[in-house]
Design a binder for this molecule. Sequence first.
Ligand code: ADP
Ligand code: MG
Length: 246
Amino acid sequence: MGDVIKVSHLQQGYGKTIVLKEINLTLQAGDILGLIGPSGAGKTTLISTIMGMLRPQKGTVTVLDTTMPNRELLGRIGYMAQTDALYGDLTAMENLQFFGQMQGMAKAKLAERIQYAAGIVNLQSALGKYVKAYSGGMKRRLSLAIALLADPEILILDEPTVGIDPELRQQIWHELHRLAKNGKTILLTTHVMEDAEQSSYLMMIREGEAIAQGTPAALIEQYQVTSVEAAFLQAGRDQDAHSRND
Ligand SMILES: Nc1ncnc2c1ncn2[C@@H]1O[C@H](COP(=O)(O)OP(=O)(O)O)[C@@H](O)[C@H]1O
Ligand SMILES: [Mg+2]
């Protein structure tokens, strides 16, 4: 089977500004790739490019062997944006129904998937509430539920765990691992080390450059440190040392 997501020699930016330089990555079915990096590193820009919302300045992005941007492919991706796109004047249940219907889900199937998705993020008892009364964390959870609704083969999640408490975070990770085991492909961004450690593969991005990539264990080994966080910090210091020498 081919790569599910493939990014080759990507340069990306806004107008004349270059944000991402020479990004290469491949994901296969069952992979969980964590994009980790400080705020402003270019994580959302990379995700938006993979989703086809931005056309590459240079290089290519393919999803399921299709060059992005491609509208049809979007139906096969469960996407959670960094900024929640929810209807505040609707209840959470109505939001889920709306987004499910948009994706053409049949009524009975949708009702069943809403119970599943709400269960994963512990929102069953809050489905009747208006979303404008939701906290930030509850909105993140609802956005994640929406991304899971149609049982997509690819999940692309931009900061899915912001404002989510450790216990629920673990429950969500348990489900992400189960989905990956069943062949789903998951790409997520985070600046939380707990998320990084759960990923099967990491790409550390800083100032638009991929400064290190590999499994969490390989990165710890490569930098001779004891945690992913320490590996990330060391990769950052190496990048600074390189740019001083340039
Ligand atoms: N729509 C935009 N127009 C111009 N610059 C942008 C836009 N979106 C993001 N940027 C800039 O691109 C850089 C990377 O941003 P982003 O991809 O959002 O990083 P991250 O998600 O890692 O925090 C930042 O310097 C940011 O200011
Ligand atoms: Mg971002």
